[in-house]
Design a protein around this ligand. Sequence first.
Ligand code: AMP
Length: 225
Amino acid sequence: MSLPPLTLILLAPPGGGKGTQARRLMKELNLSHLSTGQMLRQAQHDRTPIGIRAAEFIRAGLLVPDDMVLELVRDALQDDSTPSSGVILDGFPRTLAQAEALDELLALHGRAVDGVISLELSPETIVARLSSRRVCSSCGTEFSVVFRPPSVPGVCDECGGDLEARDDDSLAAVSNRLSVADEGRLQLKEHYGARGLLAEVDGEGSVEEVFARIRGALPRKGCYA
Ligand code: AMP
């Protein structure tokens, strides 16, 4: 069983647009999209043992314990049923311990992280985005009632699913998520920056503007060359 050839990590604060940009990269560059947040929400929805255990952490805006997240990631990375040029990790790793576990997992397969893109946004933009975010309950596509409204209010443009606010976009959970996320992101930026893998990208502006900047910052390897 072989892992996808390229491993790219997208870092951003909550609401920073990593889900939207990761899906865009997936479509345009034929990458698999691995979002731990999306996998955990799916597990919650399916009421799997991990989903049930993770629910209270997610609702409170806290990180889900590493063992659960790593189990999901290990399974997803080893599932080679989807042909693609690589994988984009969205929301993982979140901590140094997760980054080290990822390094070990990839090394087992003779691979390593190829590039890390960090989207940089002001706190004001993040709060405005989180409070207006709506997510499709079927396909996970994200909209904003202010910045990226769907054509029909409450209905997903991609699949016709219902759009919902996320439980953890509540004000109480958001302040936890922002402080937890800031600390983790700083450590990860140091970890990958020291290895020359980090590219910081301005995350303000339209989806298209940010995507163009991300493309310009992608590592030159395989499908990106
Ligand atoms: P996200 O969709 O990436 O914003 O993630 C939503 C929530 O899922 C986070 O606030 C955490 O509670 C949990 N979560 C997602 N990814 C991770 C991770 N790598 N480690 C721990 N918890 C995570």
